[in-house]
Design a protein around this ligand. Structure first.
Ligand code: SF4
Length: 764
């Protein structure tokens, strides 16, 4: 046999936030096969259709392999040296007008390098990730409730719960292996009640005993309706509430995440209008089904897990509805035991690890630190060995603001001129593209703007880029991801990237190094050393920017272990890198017990969490009220930012499909997945289609106040929209649904609502 032996090694799947473990088989320098990892806790040997084909994502015919610089209408191949000079020139000429747009697909070291370069080096906080668009409201919901971000529970809750409630969530397609864990319990004869609360039927609905169909923002009324009945029926958990909770409502003016303290009696009074009948009127869900939910939450013998993802996060009241679902769990005492948990999922493989933990949002620093907090800045400067005051105290531009500034001429106040995009595709995934991305087509108007894009394939974003950089992906580089259940997973580089492709961490540090060579002051630490160099025990400087070193398992002085120091600041303790090399992921906080490193499944519960003081039972040790209590919030129901009217009579909702991952730039290049789901479609109810004289396959013209598109009709789609609602997936770069969507966002999380845009439809 002329072939070398197949070499198998571990890695997390490249796609969704479930974080399945795959075994990757490499032969002759190529990924030869992938298999589910039988020893893995997350997926127990299973993968979904995307996971089984993840290896093929590396081998699309049009991989980017050379840096490309735009010259008029053409691109010219250039060297890395020239590319790095071009970026350094742009930054050096106007460092405060430069922004970095990253991703929940960045590895932890990649995000950490960008973070340190921008906030620690350039004193520039214009760093924000695409995760702003998918889970920022979950962050603010956790902060408002517990004073600290990220779920208390984990996937083990799915194995233990009696009732699983999915709030605007379709895990059967978005987190399929996780959902199969639940369905598998049923096939073993275990009793579990599945409830789907949503605006359209999905493949998840097909497995559920109860489907509660609501209108947009109905979730706010439903949560209030449950809380109202729990109190009215005296089925709330008074002991839990008295021991561990406070009550809050928004301040009357200038609301903040701290809110206004209210008494239990005031909370009760605020909920009084939310009778089951009133909730039915606001949400469209029958009053009896609201009573059913309240009865379930009122039953202390049951274990209830709530799951959610984009449905609750992409919401102009995303922070509020996240807090309200936490509140229902706290009020009923369904918290802190295996199977009793409110748990948000993330769409991207490292939205938790790289965005939330590393703090790559425009207002955060690593380890749960905040830009606006002087003490947090000082702590970060200390850990980074930076001169005092280096970190800029003003938060940067969040995603929508960043792209708005970029797409506005400089002389009209658009004060961001250069954006560097890594591992994401904003030309397809930003909302309201005709405002936030497409204006870049007019370079006469936007003559000062310069777009740099690092990616693996040409995309809707590289289409308008001035400089395109070829990136390495997945097992072409070392990496660490953090999944939805606080699990940190490491893998090693297994194959070489094609051509001149380089990983994003190297790209960032190479630009920083070039600025350092040009004596840009910010690239130096207190000792005059380059920002990314570290000293070993003998005081010798290690050139960490050379990519062989920055996470070499044989040296301790590398980027991951440097970042790890931040994790101790808010009880998000990580283990040393070498422990992740051995493990198939560990859920933080990870603490040392003897010579073992112990992960934590359930936080805030004395039985499981090493940071809960003895005898406390439950302790919310990051409480924003400093009394170890969580906050139960009242928020009033409010309508969506845009509702259908006579001119725009349909509510458009957008989302994903099983076969494609986000903007489809990888999965559309996998022939099996592309054949299974070749293009976007308009899912529409049969009565609406008939009224519009549309049949399956006809081309419809869909128009919103912001744009229009032509799209084939699929009556009922995979499951079914109710009359008046239509659905379009966003994976297809030839049919950009975000030409239609709204850029209205939640006031706290700044996360836009992609789920509720009013449209009109006609035959094209
Ligand atoms: Fe990959 Fe997600 Fe599928 Fe698991 S469920 S194989 S992580 S895409």
């Amino acid at each position: 046999d002329a072939h070398s032996a197949v070499n198998w090694n571990k890695a997390p799947c490249r796609f969704c936030g479930t974080g399945c473990h795959v075994q990757v088989g490499v032969q002759d320098g190529k990924v030869f096969a992938v298999a589910g990892d039988k020893n893995a806790e997350v997926n127990k040997g299973l993968l979904c259709v995307k996971g089984y084909h993840v290896g093929s994502a590396l081998y699309g015919k049009d991989r980017l392999t050379k840096p490309l610089l735009r010259r008029g209408d053409r691109y010219q191949e250039i060297s890395w040296n020239t590319a790095i000079n071009v970026i350094a020139d742009r930054i050096e000429s106007a460092p405060e007008r430069f922004a970095f747009y990253g991703s929940g697909q960045w590895t932890i070291p990649e995000g950490y390098a960008a973070q340190k370069f921008m906030k620690g080096g350039l004193s520039n906080n214009h760093l924000d990730p695409n995760a702003r668009l998918c889970m920022a409201s979950a962050v603010t919901g956790f902060l408002a409730t517990y004073g600290v971000d990220e779920p208390a529970g984990c996937y083990d809750d799915l194995d233990a719960c009696d009732v699983l409630i999915m709030w605007g969530n379709n895990p059967a397609e978005m987190h399929p292996v996780l959902f199969s864990r639940v369905i598998d319990r049923r096939s073993r004869g275990e009793k579990i009640t599945l409830i789907d609360i949503g605006t359209r039927r999905t493949r998840t609905t097909q497995e559920c005993q109860h489907y509660l169909e609501m209108v947009g923002h109905g979730d706010m009324a439903i949560a209030n309706g449950i809380a109202h009945l729990l109190i009215k029926n005296k089925t709330y958990d008074q002991k839990f509430v008295d021991s561990f909770c406070n009550f809050k409502s928004p301040e009357d003016e200038n609301p903040t995440l701290h809110g206004k303290p209210i008494t239990f009696e005031e909370y009760k009074k605020l909920l009084e209008p939310y009778t089951p009948e009133k909730v039915e009127e606001l949400s469209g869900v029958p009053a009896d089904q609201i009573r059913m939910l309240a009865d379930l939450f009122g039953n202390s013998k049951l274990k209830i897990t709530s799951l959610w993802c984009m449905g609750m996060n992409q919401h102009t009241r995303g922070t509020a509805i996240n807090s309200m679902v936490h509140g229902v769990h706290l009020l009923s005492g369904h918290f802190g035991k295996p199977g009793d948990a409110p748990t948000s999922l993330t769409g991207q493989p490292s939205a938790c690890g790289t965005v939330r933990e590393v703090g790559t949002l425009c207002h955060t620093l690593p380890g749960g630190r905040l830009i606006e907090n002087a003490e947090h800045r000082a702590q970060s400067e200390e850990l980074w060995n930076l001169p005092e005051g280096r970190i800029n105290p003003v938060p940067g531009a969040h995603t929508v603001a960043m792209w708005d500034k970029f797409c506005t001429p400089s002389d009209e106040g658009g004060d961001i001129d250069t954006i560097w995009v890594q591992v994401t595709n904003p030309g397809q995934t930003l909302p309201h593209l005709n405002k936030l991305f497409n204006p870049l087509e007019d370079r006469k108007r936007l003559k000062d703007k310069f777009l740099i894009v690092s990616d693996v394939y040409p995309t809707a974003t590289t289409r308008l880029a001035d400089l395109i950089l070829p990136s390495a992906m997945w097992v072409e580089k070392n990496g660490v991801f953090g999944n939805s259940e606080r699990r940190t997973q490491q893998w090693f580089k297994m194959i070489d990237p094609p051509g001149d492709a380089r990983d994003d961490c190297w790209q960032t540090i190479a630009v920083a190094h070039r600025l350092h060579e040009r004596r840009v002051e910010g690239m130096k630490d207190r000792d005059g050393e380059f920002l990314f160099n570290v000293k070993d025990d003998s005081g010798e400087s290690i050139p960490i920017w050379e990519w062989e070193h920055y996470y070499d398992v044989n040296v301790d002085e590398h980027l991951f272990n440097e970042y790890r120091e931040f994790s101790f600041m808010k009880h998000k303790n990580l283990a040393p890198y070498s422990e992740y090399v051995k493990a198939r992921g560990l859920r933080w906080p990870v603490v040392q017990q003897g010579d073992q490193w112990q992960e934590t499944k359930f936080r805030f519960s004395e039985e499981f969490d090493p940071f809960v003081e003895e005898g406390k039972g439950i302790q919310f040790y990051h409480s924003s009220t400093h009394d170890d209590r969580a906050q139960i919030w009242f928020h009033p129901w409010v309508p969506p930012a845009e509702v259908p009217n006579e001119e725009y009579p349909f509510m458009l909702t957008t989302g994903r499909v099983l076969e494609h991952w986000h903007s489809g730039s990888m999965t559309r290049r996998i022939p099996e997945l592309s054949r299974a789901m070749p293009g976007a479609y308009l899912e529409i109810h049969p009565d609406d289609a008939e009224g519009l004289h549309l049949n399956n396959g006809d081309i419809a013209l869909v128009e919103s106040r912001r744009g229009s598109l032509n799209i084939p009709v699929w009556i009922n789609g995979r499951a079914a929209c109710p009359p008046g609602t239509v659905f379009i997936p966003f994976f297809d770069e030839t049919i950009l649904v975000n030409d239609l969507t709204l850029d209205a966002f939640d006031p706290f999380s700044k996360q836009p609502d992609y789920k509720k845009s009013a449209v009109k439809i006609s035959r094209a």
